[in-house]
Design a protein around this ligand. Structure first.
Ligand SMILES: Nc1nc2c(ncn2[C@@H]2O[C@H](COP(=O)(O)OP(=O)(O)OP(=O)(O)O)[C@@H](O)[C@H]2O)c(=O)[nH]1
Ligand SMILES: [Mg+2]
Ligand SMILES: [Zn+2]
Length: 300
């Protein structure tokens, strides 16, 4: 049987849409690829080999090795992620931003950017707040899909990359993609007036061809499970902490209560911001509690 190579563009209702060199083929999966507790299964962005059937549909026969995997939203062979938030409606919560950053760092992606959309709505000054993240090493883009502000700068970072737009519902991910390419005409949804939250308009992740690469629209989310993150590695997921790791008296050091801690000294010297250190502590506690819960359950 002749197999053809292709890339999963989106998965929907147990169908996998695979773009081959010449066409888009709707495929079913061989049973061996089904999602289990251990494996994510086949996800958008995966490169696969398919067999074409006489009716024009296909079957995914092989999954090719991945260069990278963003775990949430699950997209394979991604080169960068743009964590997208709104300056307002919904409001930007620092701890949520930090949790998204940790999740992206855990996936080992090289390029992690922050994009703040809806700058047209915010009359105050977010500069000081966002500067903390720039000092931590992240590039921060300030844009407005509505007023077409910052879109040219955004376009520059996308060329030739596979870029996932991830963030809470209603921040304007699909709107931004539409601003980048009006032909996409992705559905967008109003943020509810009452609870100031998005309505989960985008339902599945989808790779869209863009300037020799792809942009990936994804469904918004804000509740995330960080419990699988190894606690001992958490400090590595704060890039500005890295130069000070290995300078602590105790090894391992949690950088929370131990004396002579390199991270706490960097904090006292103003090299690490209070906000980021507090986020580290909060996330550390959250992971610790999730893991204790899990252990209790297993013990029973
Ligand atoms: N004022 C203002 N509104 C915007 C901007 N960008 C998007 N919106 C509005 O915000 C709402 C949500 O936009 P979407 O693009 O659907 O948001 P999303 O992030 O794709 O949301 P999900 O698909 O639910 O994850 C829509 O009513 C948009 O018109 C902007 O720059 N300024
Ligand atoms: Mg959307
Ligand atoms: Zn320490």
């Amino acid at each position: 049987m002749r197999l053809e190579e292709g890339r999963v563009i989106k998965a929907y209702n147990s169908f996998f849409y695979v773009q081959t060199e010449n066409e888009l083929v709707s495929c079913k999966l061989r049973g061996k690829f089904k999602k289990t507790r251990k494996s994510q299964g086949v996800v958008p962005g995966d490169k696969v080999l398919i067999a074409k059937l006489s009716d024009g549909t296909g079957v995914v026969e092989e999954q090719l090795p991945r260069d990278s995997l963003l775990r949430r939203p699950a997209v394979a062979n991604v080169t960068q992620v743009i964590l997208t938030f709104a300056a307002a409606q919904p409001d930007l919560h620092p701890l949520l931003l930090n949790r998204f950053l940790v999740l992206a760092e855990w996936s080992g992606l090289k390029n992690i950017l922050i994009c703040v959309n809806k700058t047209d709505l915010y009359r105050g000054d977010r500069a000081a707040f966002l500067q903390l993240y720039e000092q931590a090493g992240y590039r921060v883009l300030r844009v407005s899909a509505k007023e077409n502000l910052g879109i040219a700068e955004l376009r520059q970072v996308l060329s030739g990359e596979t870029t996932v737009f991830a963030g809470p519902s209603g921040v304007g991910k699909s709107s931004l993609l539409n601003a980048l390419d009006a032909n996409l005409s992705l559905a967008t949804g109003q943020v509810s007036d009452k609870i100031k939250r998005g309505r989960h308009t985008t339902r599945v992740a989808e790779l869209l061809p863009y300037e020799q690469g792809f942009i990936v629209d994804t469904p918004g989310f804000s509740a995330m499970e960080l419990g699988e993150i190894p606690l001992a590695e958490l400090a590595n997921f704060f890039p500005e902490f890295r130069p000070y790791l290995g300078q602590c008296r105790f090894a391992p050091c949690s950088h929370t209560h131990e004396p002579d801690c390199g991270i706490k000294e960097a904090l006292a010297a103003g090299k690490i911001s209070n906000e980021r250190y507090e986020a580290y502590q909060a996330i550390y506690k959250e992971i610790q509690e999730a893991q204790q819960m899990k252990r209790k359950k297993e013990y029973k």
